[in-house]
Design a protein around this ligand. Structure first.
Ligand code: ZN
Length: 273
């Protein structure tokens, strides 16, 4: 269970997203924060990549086991009419496409799982991903409430996964409870804390909360990494840039941080190659 208002608002500010994109990006960032926190090692990295034929085009989110997440939409400026029920239409904004989860956990090759988008509302798609790719029955709830001034009013979510030895009684309880459970943002609006929501989900269980971390929007980009990206263009391309533009400006997709290389910087990089 996570509340992610602060980090989703930060993402909205960085990417200047319209409400439907704020909701889509915020839901995926929230899922990333929760899934990231389940990674074992500090160096493990989780990436969730959605590609769709809707106006947003896609969203990329990465997370580590400290629930530090970053993400960006392909297109921040999408205006789509609200659904008949007054909700933001994330499903139409994303369209048809696929969702891929990539876990880089220090193995020779990253572990990946890909599913077609089944609803485009993200929570349902992740539920399907867990069932299909990880063979884990799950319930995923994600929500972002956008305020009148377009800032993030509430954001959060939970992922419930059944252990192989889960009692039948517990499963029956969840199956009865979940369809009637208010949305995460409604519960947060009613001042319920993440702990309150967990207790509400499992009223008869003895709950041990043994790991509390604050999810944050965090980007680890640096000039050094940007320089590497520049070097990857190759000597010839760099010489052309130097001749034609006399400078190069690189932009981090995740946090919009900019790095500028002046003519003499480019000269030095070319010389070192
Ligand atoms: Zn960055």
């Amino acid at each position: 269970m996570a509340t992610t208002k602060k980090l989703v608002e930060e993402a909205r500010r960085i990417h200047n997203t319209t409400p439907v994109v704020t909701a889509a990006l915020g839901r995926l960032l929230t899922a990333g924060a929760i899934m990231g926190a389940t990674l074992k090692n500090e160096t493990d990295l989780l990436t969730i990549n959605i590609k769709g034929d809707g106006e947003v085009g896609g969203i990329v989110v990465t997370a580590d086991n400290k629930a530090r997440v970053k993400g960006y939409p392909h297109n921040s400026y999408v205006g789509i009419p609200l659904k008949a029920n007054g909700k933001l239409d994330v499903s139409t904004a994303l369209g048809h496409g696929e969702l891929r989860v990539i876990k880089d956990i220090g193995l020779k090759e990253a572990v990946t799982g890909t599913i077609p988008l089944v609803s485009g509302e993200i929570a349902e798609d992740l539920t399907y991903y867990f069932a299909k790719s990880e063979q884990t029955p799950s319930s995923v709830a994600l929500g972002v409430l956008v305020d009148r001034d377009f800032s993030v009013k509430q954001a959060g979510g939970f992922i419930i996964q059944l252990m192989p030895n889960a009692e039948e009684e517990l499963i029956t309880h969840l199956e009865a409870l979940l369809p009637d459970l208010p949305s995460v943002t409604t519960m947060l609006e009613n001042s319920l804390s993440p702990e309150d929501i967990v207790y509400k989900l499992f009223p008869t269980q003895k709950i041990n909360i043994h790991n509390k971390i604050e999810p944050t929007f965090y980007c680890n980009c640096s000039r050094e990494k940007m320089t590497k990206a520049l070097i990857a263009l190759g000597k010839k391309e760099l010489q052309t840039i130097k001749k034609e533009d006399q400078k190069a400006t690189l932009n981090c997709q995740f946090c919009n941080e900019e790095q500028t290389y002046r003519e003499e910087d480019l000269e030095k990089i070319i010389k070192d190659l």
